[in-house]
Design a protein around this ligand. Sequence first.
Ligand code: FAD
Ligand code: NAD
Length: 406
Amino acid sequence: MKKPKVVVLGAGYGGIMTTVKLQKMIGTNEVDLTLVNKHDYHYQTTWLHESSAGTLHHDRTRIPIKDVVDFNKVNFVQDTVISIDPKAKKVILEDGELEYDYLVIGLGFESATFGIKGIEEHAYTINNVNSSRLIRDTIEYNFSLYNNEEEERPELITIVVGGAGFTGIEFVGEVANRLPELCHEYDIDPSKVRLVTVEAGPSALAGFDPELVEYAMNRLEAKGVEFKIGTAIKEATADGIVVEKDGVQEEIKTKNFVWAAGVRGNSIVEKSGFEVNRGRVQIRPDLRTPDYDDVIVVGDCAVIMNEETGRPYPPTAQIAIQMADVAAHNVKVMVRGGSEFKEFTPNILGTVASLGEGDAIGVVFGTRKLFGWMASVMKKIIDNRYLLKLGGIGLLLKKGKFNIFK
Ligand code: FAD
Ligand code: NAD
């Protein structure tokens, strides 16, 4: 009998966890399981602010897919997805096509530019290993250029971060920690360097506990971070950005502009004709798309509504990982022709954000607030727990974070 073909797109948190679970739950005699990913590695997106700042080598974030996926049970295809044709049940890849009976889309996020002029051309983004490495290298290059220019060019040693959400705050915390070493390395007077965070909203980390937000801002300001709150980025150019506060515009010159002002689902999903809201599919409770019974979406390509607040849950790795349990179960149900679908409800265990080496803020177990090294240790516990879940003790020992002071 012909085995049903299950194809998983993307080896991010949602895609790789779904694959790892499926390879344990269902035999190769029952299913033909394929994982497609652009690279032969999975990466920890949640560590990319560190790689971008140069405080953690990007190889630490990379996990070879062969280390966690059993290639005797899963066909791994290293290729780039171009589009999905859900009517014909086909995936178009750069180097061919794949047919499927059941599809899991886990293609992750991309930066939302909100149509702001010049962002696509002139901003750096913290989206994947390659874009992170480019940020680190750009900052190092511009710092090295500074003392080789005849004219004083402060824009080379001005770093501007757009957005004071979790990504912007975590990145700026890492950069602030690295600046003393960078200045020493490139013979730059630290008092000449500017590290600016521009936030359009009335506060950094909107919606987070105000006491923790104040702690974070105080800690970062003490390390030299300048906050421009209530200030919207209106345009990016080759030489800097234009911001506006209370109707007054200002130009900030920089050659190091990092855009961390929000994300959307991978645009492939929208371009393939799935109905989306800010690039994300409003899935059914069992994670299937509204229009296709044979397509499940996990991670940042999906939007889950919080019934209590009436707003979507912020897209996180925590939710993507939890979705994989339900996705794998429901794929198994479809393959076996059953009807016992599980419904997905996020179980938010907490939110912890790093402020750089040994410092963090967080809310865990509902209302418990954590500051400083305790929050930083909690963040490492969360990261290590994921590695254990994905690849067992071997992966944890290889890639885990064990130094509690870093
Ligand atoms: P992703 O992790 O985005 O992975 C997508 C995968 O698909 C990648 O492997 C990619 O290579 C692959 N792919 C993409 N396009 C294609 C294509 N066309 N063809 C083939 N393959 C493709 N969340 C938390 O819960 N906790 C945190 O502490 C946290 N920290 C974060 C820190 C930073 C700096 C950032 C940027 C985000 C952070 N998040 C955090 C959010 C979290 O990283 C995302 O919600 C999560 O990565 C989404 O997972 P995903 O499974 O949707 O896919
Ligand atoms: P975000 O949407 O959470 O924050 C973006 C920020 O940019 C907002 O504060 C917004 O007001 C601001 N902004 C938007 N347009 C702007 C403009 N024109 N000028 C200036 N500021 C502007 O996005 P993010 O920080 O990239 O986070 C993406 C997702 O990843 C979120 O769901 C977040 O919770 C998650 N994340 C979680 C963690 C963690 O748990 N430690 C870390 C990083 C990211």
